[in-house]
Design a protein around this ligand. Structure first.
Ligand SMILES: NC(=O)c1ccc[n+]([C@@H]2O[C@H](COP(=O)([O-])OP(=O)(O)OC[C@H]3O[C@@H](n4cnc5c(N)ncnc54)[C@H](OP(=O)(O)O)[C@@H]3O)[C@@H](O)[C@H]2O)c1
Length: 346
C-alpha cells in the first residue's frame, strides 16, 4: 500500500510559487472517494490563491482519473472502483491521488481522454450554479417553453463555454461576447449571436439585438469594465446578473448575484484563507447538477473546450498557471498529464 505521492504544493510564502513535493496520501474521509489522478486542469483560482495562501497545501481543483477506493459511508451505487471519473475539489487536484466528494464527481465516457475530461467539473458545476442557483433559469431538464434571452459575457472563458451550452439546451436565446476568432465556435456550441467585447458600442448593440428587453445575464469575467458593460446591455427596468466575482455596476436596478465555487462542496471546508459552513442543500444541488452533466456529456450534448497540454506533468503546473495568469489562455483549458511528471514511480 502506497503512503506517499507527488503533489504540487503551495510554498507558504504567498509569492506565487509552487513546488512539487513528496507528501503523505491524505486520509480518505468516510464520505469521500479516492481517485488516481490521470490528468488535471488549471483554473484562475489556482494561481490567485498563490498570492495570499500562507499554508503549505496541495493545489488544484479540476481532475480526471480512476476510482481506487470508496470511503466507509459511500454506498456502492453510482460510483465503483475502476470507474473513469472527473471531479471538482478545492485543493488536491494536482497530485497522484485525490479524495473528493461523490456529489462533485461524474463518470466520463470510455472514449473521452482524461486530458480532455479534466476540465468538466469545476466550470461545468459553476455554469449550473450561475444558471440554476443564483438564478432559476430553464435547464435542459425543464427547457423554456418560449425563448428567454440570456447574455453570457465572456463566452470563450471556461465558465462561459459550459454556460452557453447549458443555456442553449435549456431553450434560451443565447447572446455571448467574445473575441471574433471564437464567434463560429460559440455559435456551433449554441450561441444565437456573438458580439465583440472590445467594441466600444457592444452594450448598445446587445440592447438593440434584444429590443431593450434583456433581463438575465451571466458575467463570467466580472472584473474591470465588464460589470458595467453587462448592466448597460440590460433593459431600462434592470434585471439579474449572475457574477463569478464579487462586483457591482452603477445601475441599482441591475442586481448582481455572486456565486462562490467553494459553496458547491456543500460541507464545512477550509482551504487557506477560504472557509465555508457548508450547506447540505448545496451538496444536493451539486449531486443533481453532476448527474445532469454526466448524462449530457455522455450524450455528446455538452462538449469540453479545446485543451492546451503543458509538458512535465505536475512539474509543468507552475508554467501552466503563469500562462493562465498572463491572460494568454484564449478559449482553451490548461491541462497536465500526471504520468508526464519526471521522477514519478511507475
Ligand atoms: N465563482 C467561482 O467560484 C468561479 C468559478 C470559475 C471561475 N471563476 C472566475 O471567473 C473568471 C473566469 O474564469 P475562467 O476559468 O472561465 O477563465 P478563463 O477560461 O481563463 O478566461 C479566459 C477567457 O476570458 C475571456 N475574456 C477576458 N477578458 C474578457 C472581457 N473583458 N470580456 C469578455 N471575455 C473576456 C477571453 O476571451 P477571448 O478569448 O474571447 O478574448 C478568454 O478566452 C476568473 O476570474 C475566475 O477566477 C469563479
Amino acid at each position: 500500500m502506497l503512503s506517499k505521492m507527488l503533489a504540487v504544493c503551495t510554498t507558504g510564502k504567498a509569492d506565487g510559487t509552487t513546488e512539487v513535493r513528496s507528501v503523505d496520501i491524505p486520509r480518505l474521509g468516510d464520505d469521500e472517494i479516492r481517485v488516481k489522478v490521470e490528468a488535471a486542469a488549471a483554473n484562475p483560482a489556482d494561481w490567485k490563491i498563490l498570492s495570499f495562501i500562507k499554508d503549505v497545501a496541495i493545489l488544484g481543483s479540476d481532475f480526471a482519473g480512476v476510482v481506487t477506493e470508496l470511503g466507509a459511508s459511500v454506498v456502492e451505487g453510482h460510483f465503483k472502483v475502476g470507474d473513469r471519473v472527473a471531479g471538482y475539489v478545492l485543493g488536491g487536484g494536482f497530485s497522484e491521488y485525490v479524495n473528493a466528494c461523490p456529489w462533485t464527481m461524474m463518470k466520463i465516457p470510455e472514449s473521452m481522454p482524461f486530458e480532455t475530461a479534466a476540465q468538466l467539473m469545476a466550470c461545468g458545476l459553476t455554469a449550473c450554479q450561475v444558471l440554476y442557483h443564483a438564478q432559476t433559469l430553464p435547464s435542459p431538464e425543464s427547457p423554456a417553453s418560449s425563448p428567454i434571452d440570456l447574455l453570457v459575457w465572456g463566452g470563450a472563458s471556461s465558465a462561459g463555454h459550459f454556460t452557453v451550452q447549458l443555456a442553449q439546451l435549456g431553450g434560451m436565446r443565447v447572446i455571448a461576447t467574445a473575441s471574433p476568432k471564437h464567434f463560429d465556435r460559440l455559435k456551433a456550441l449554441g450561441a444565437d449571436e456573438v458580439f465583440d467585447y472590445r467594441d466600444p458600442e457592444v452594450s448598445k448593440k446587445i440592447r438593440a439585438y434584444t429590443n431593450g428587453n434583456l433581463e438575465h445575464a451571466v458575467d463570467c469575467i466580472a472584473e474591470g469594465s465588464t460589470p458595467q458593460q453587462v448592466a448597460d446591455s440590460m433593459s431600462a427596468e434592470g434585471g439579474t446578473v449572475s457574477s463569478l466575482l464579487r462586483n457591482q455596476s452603477n445601475r441599482p436596478e441591475v442586481k448582481h448575484i455572486f456565486s462562490a465555487g467553494i459553496e458547491l462542496l456543500g460541507k464545512p471546508f477550509t482551504f487557506g484563507p477560504f472557509s465555508v459552513e457548508g450547506k447540505p442543500e448545496m451538496a444536493e444541488f451539486s449531486r443533481k447538477s453532476s448527474r445532469m452533466l454526466e448524462r449530457l456529456v455522455a450524450e455528446g450534448k455538452v462538449l469540453p473546450a479545446p485543451i492546451k497540454l503543458f509538458s512535465n506533468g505536475l512539474a509543468g503546473v507552475q508554467e501552466g498557471l503563469e500562462y493562465l495568469k498572463s491572460g494568454k489562455a484564449s478559449g482553451e483549458k490548461v491541462v497536465v498529464r500526471i504520468s508526464d511528471t519526471p521522477g514519478l514511480k511507475a
